[in-house]
Design a protein around this ligand. Structure first.
Ligand code: HEC
Length: 146
């Protein structure tokens, strides 16, 4: 009986520690990706002539992408594998590659900020560069859930 109690207490403590270290939740992950998706939407509105070219909008969108993707890999700490069904278990098996793919998007967004796309055509070219980064990571690490 005593042994059972101690075993239970140890188990509870271990579980408690696990959750304390796990900061990455589905909500945090989705919020960052939604921000990135929204920023891409703003760029796409320019290329589709729904909005006129506006350097300030382009700059804000690229900044949002850059900052959000930088924070993104931190949302996948060890032990948070089951937090969202759309996050592939492969993320934790290939963390270095996952981070490299996030880095690639971050670097590309920073490069575009340094040389801001100056017209609609340049925004279109920028979207191609960024979109390829989204696709590469999603293909490898985002699972389809409905
Ligand atoms: C480093 C990898 C990586 C990159 C780069 C990346 N994504 Fe994602 N994205 C993910 C993962 C993983 C998920 C699933 C997240 C989850 O639900 O836990 C996701 C989910 C999403 C979602 C769905 C969010 C929701 O509400 O469920 C959107 C929208 C999205 N990404 C847009 C983008 C766009 C646009 C880009 C490029 C500009 C991009 N992502 C780049 C990994 C990435």
């Amino acid at each position: 009986m005593t042994f059972k109690l101690i075993a239970t207490a140890t188990l509870v403590a271990a579980l408690g520690m696990g959750t304390a270290f796990a900061t990455g939740t589905k909500d945090e992950r989705e919020a960052l990706m939604k921000k990135i998706g929204g920023a891409m939407g703003q760029l796409s509105a320019i290329t589709k002539d729904e909005k006129p070219y506006d350097a300030a909008v382009v700059k804000t969108a690229l900044t949002t992408i850059s900052e959000s993707i930088k924070a993104f890999p931190d949302q996948f700490p060890a032990g948070s594998e089951k937090n969202s069904p759309a996050a592939s278990p492969k993320i934790w098996e290939n963390m270095a590659d996952f981070k490299a793919k996030a880095d690639k998007l971050h670097t590309d967004a920073e490069g575009l900020l340094a040389q801001l796309p100056a017209d609609k055509a340049a925004v279109g070219a920028a979207m191609k560069t960024l979109g390829a980064d989204c696709g590469t990571c999603h293909q490898a690490y985002r699972l389809k859930v409905d």
